[in-house]
Design a protein around this ligand. Structure first.
Ligand code: NAD
Length: 254
């Protein structure tokens, strides 16, 4: 018996075996959840299909969160498999590499700001808006954020603003959806080497700095992020909503 037995959860943001969303799917599958997956584009389709197969799922649907039509199509297709489901994981962020490199004031552009906020923050509520009537009364929505939302971190630049927006978005969503039994939370992960992270200049230095300074003297793993996401999607966390939970080996407190 797993603590997610019978739960149906949609996982977005799998791009590789290193993705935080992969660690999350792994933990949720272990705890008995039925999973569905999205992929951003055709380049990722076969890879996500293979990963979904590892987790016993053949529900693998396209969704580019920068387009409303794509989001609406996602839930139209998903409703052919699941009329109701119990939440989703939003593990999506994007800013172009030139925005994540060097001096903040020099690098930021109107277009870079807009794209980062659209894909990283707006997409979370856009997904919730489109599937609200499909969510059960014990649903949980989980997003992924980073400490750059509350501290000025070198090179994280506009993504820090987008994550601050995402965290505020999460709190407003928690307030809006709470009476329907839908909880909304964020996990603030310490740095993990993934495809998205490789776009941040000097990411290796970030990893070794966090390792040196964190109370636990190490970085976190995607399995540790996965366990917390599984907990947040289960009844074990039934009293928690509107929270940012740090899974960062304690780095944020020192
Ligand atoms: P990743 O590259 O494995 O995943 C990023 C995902 O975002 C990819 O699957 C990509 O396809 C998806 N994506 C980007 N634009 C999209 C769009 N328009 N439509 C649909 N999907 C889109 O990297 P990751 O590090 O696992 O990132 C997952 C989340 O975790 C992100 O929100 C990231 O900011 C957050 N996070 C990562 C770290 C880290 O150090 N890796 C730390 C804290 C938070």
């Amino acid at each position: 018996m797993g603590f997610l037995d019978g739960r149906r959860v949609l996982i977005t943001g799998v791009a590789s075996y290193r993705s935080l969303a992969y660690g999350i799917a792994k933990a949720m599958y272990r705890e008995g959840a039925q999973l569905a997956f999205t992929y951003q584009n055709n380049k990722l389709k076969d890879r996500v299909r293979k990963i979904a197969n590892d987790f016993g799922s053949d529900i693998v649907l396209p969704c580019d969160v920068s387009e409303d039509e794509s989001i609406n199509d996602l839930f139209l297709h998903l409703s052919k498999f699941w009329l109701k489901f119990d939440g989703f994981v939003h593990a999506i962020a994007y800013a172009s590499n030139d925005q994540l490199n060097g001096d903040y004031v020099e690098s930021i552009t109107r277009e870079g700001f807009s794209v980062a906020h659209n894909v990283t923050s707006y997409s979370f509520v856009a997904l919730a808006k489109a599937c609200r009537n499909m969510l059960s009364t014990c649903s949980s929505l989980v997003t992924l954020t980073y400490l750059g939302s509350v501290r000025a971190i070198p090179n994280y630049n506009v993504m820090g603003l987008a994550k601050a927006s995402l965290e505020a978005n999460m709190r407003y969503m928690a307030r809006s959806l709470g009476a329907e039994g839908i909880r909304v939370n964020a996990i603030s992960s310490g740095p993990v080497r993934t495809l998205a992270a490789s776009g941040i200049m000097n990411f290796k230095q970030m990893l070794s700095y966090c390792k040196d300074k964190s109370p636990m003297c190490r970085n976190v793993t995607i399995d540790e992020i996965g366990n917390v996401a599984a907990f947040l999607c289960s009844d074990l966390s039934s009293g928690i909503t509107g929270e940012v939970i740090y899974v960062d080996a304690g780095f944020s407190v020192v």
